[in-house]
Design a protein around this ligand. Sequence first.
Ligand SMILES: NC(=O)c1ccc[n+]([C@@H]2O[C@H](COP(=O)([O-])OP(=O)(O)OC[C@H]3O[C@@H](n4cnc5c(N)ncnc54)[C@H](OP(=O)(O)O)[C@@H]3O)[C@@H](O)[C@H]2O)c1
Length: 307
Amino acid sequence: MSTSTYRTAVVRIPAGPDSIEIIDVPIVEPGPGDVRVAIAAAAVNPVDLGVAGGVFHDMGLLHQPEWTGLGWDFAGTVVAAGQNVGLAVGTRVAGLVDGFDRDFGTYAEQLVVPAADVAVVPDGLDLIAASTVPLNGLAAAQIVDLLGDAPTDGNRLLVTGAAGAVGGYLVALAQDRGWQVTGLARPQDEQFVRGLGADFTAQAEPGWDAVADGAAMQEQAIGLVRDGGTFVGVRPNAGPASDRGITVAAVVAHPEGPRLRELLDRTASGELPARVHAVVPLDQVADAHRAMANGGVRGRYVLTPKA
Ligand SMILES: NC(=O)c1ccc[n+]([C@@H]2O[C@H](COP(=O)([O-])OP(=O)(O)OC[C@H]3O[C@@H](n4cnc5c(N)ncnc54)[C@H](OP(=O)(O)O)[C@@H]3O)[C@@H](O)[C@H]2O)c1
């Protein structure tokens, strides 16, 4: 039976997991170019812990008058389409909602998004696994854009946090552009990193042609770049200063529907990792946040709005 409201997780006054509330909000119909998606799965990402903890409020990036929506990643099924949309009702899709300052998010039963921002989930990939791909797969692909093609005379790339979500994709995708990748990760992650075709280190020495900082080590990671090398970080609002002729950039992950489709296809084929740590009902979102905050989790917690 259809209802006129749906459930979504928000924070009013951010103070960590205990400040997350599940509220009912009115269903919105999709405008031209938009789709309404019944969400089946929403991955929990580090950025969500930051939003719930007030990190981005404190940075002045959030100004919602009543509440802030949580969640960037989603996978689900199209339930309504606006004008000029080529996606039929019932199509399985995944996508990324970007930007901090919004009163809605993907920790919800429903979402209205531009059809251009979503990608069809290929057969053979379930929606739980698909929901773990958009934010971190696109972030990694867009970091590789910032790195560009590897110069033949300087192609040694260190990926920090190589066993993490962004780092794992980076290790795989950077090799497409000619980088000779070494992954910096914990000793217990060696097999995973090597399995992606990279070299492994648990203790990196300085002197890399480029560093892609999936562990958000910032100044410590820039210290590993050789003079005149390249650093690409994951903290656009807190990037370390350029030093020793080093080119410094930071990614701002953004939706790219066609590119997400490629990432989903490569996940379905097993070429890219699909890593789910646990599936948790939306009602237990605070528990998932608490568990993530302890660190050491490999693969994502995935929230499901339906029990
Ligand atoms: N700017 C953007 O658009 C954007 C987009 C996506 C993500 N991000 C950011 O990117 C970062 C990574 O996200 P994620 O989802 O990939 O996180 P994640 O899955 O938790 O991965 C981080 C990895 O780094 C490892 N790590 C941390 N310190 C390390 C060290 N000193 N040596 C070796 N490994 C270390 C962690 O291991 P342990 O768990 O054992 O500590 C973990 O495996 C987060 O800060 C996130 O907010 C930014």
